[in-house]
Design a binder for this molecule. Structure first.
Ligand code: CA
Length: 179
């Protein structure tokens, strides 16, 4: 990544995965703190000092969805990557609905993980992800007015829907469940 130490929080209860993530991230020049339970993870996350939070979903005490939700109540811009089970579309959709910036499906390759992290950090730095207008096929979406146009049809969206559409527009190659 870079020569500056990037502070990253890892919230993961499975020790082997947690320790593996810490090793990889430290090797790539990050300064890592970690938590093995939901409440501990939330407490650290709310310090607001992390450039990125890697957040597992199934955690003792409080799940990753609730943690994500609580972080978003305080800070809309905190970069978060959810760690999901590979086959679970529901987990992916739910995580993105709650405002996660991206997801990595377990088991993940280190290369894939590092690429995702770099992409999320890059976007959070430049803020380019908040493009005013999103174009998806025939659909043109105004992200500030939460409105859209499909041919002559006027559409309106919720904030969450806009975020999902923005995610789709940014990741044309990512497998996102249809619903
Ligand atoms: Ca877990």
């Amino acid at each position: 990544m870079t020569n500056t130490k990037i502070p990253i929080l890892v919230v993961e209860d499975e020790e082997a995965i947690r320790e593996g993530l810490i090793d990889v991230l430290v090797y790539h020049g990050s300064e890592v703190e970690s938590a093995a339970t939901g409440p501990e993870g939330l407490k650290l996350a709310q310090s607001g000092k992390f450039a990125l939070i890697l957040l597992d979903i199934m955690l003792p005490g409080m799940d990753g969805y609730e943690i994500c939700n609580r972080i978003r109540e305080d800070d809309r811009d905190q970069p978060i990557i959810m760690l999901t089970a590979k086959t679970s579309d529901e987990e992916i959709v739910q995580g993105l609905k709650l405002g996660a910036d991206d997801y990595v499906a377990k088991p993940f390759s280190i290369q894939q993980l590092i690429l995702r992290i770099e992409a999320v950090l890059r976007r959070s730095k430049t803020g380019v992800e908040q493009a005013r207008t999103i174009q998806l096929g025939n659909l043109s979406i105004d992200t500030e007015n939460l409105s859209g146009q499909n041919g002559s049809h006027e559409l309106s969206f919720t904030k969450r829907e806009i975020e999902l559409l923005a995610y789709l527009a940014q990741h044309p190659d990512r497998p996102i469940p249809r619903e």
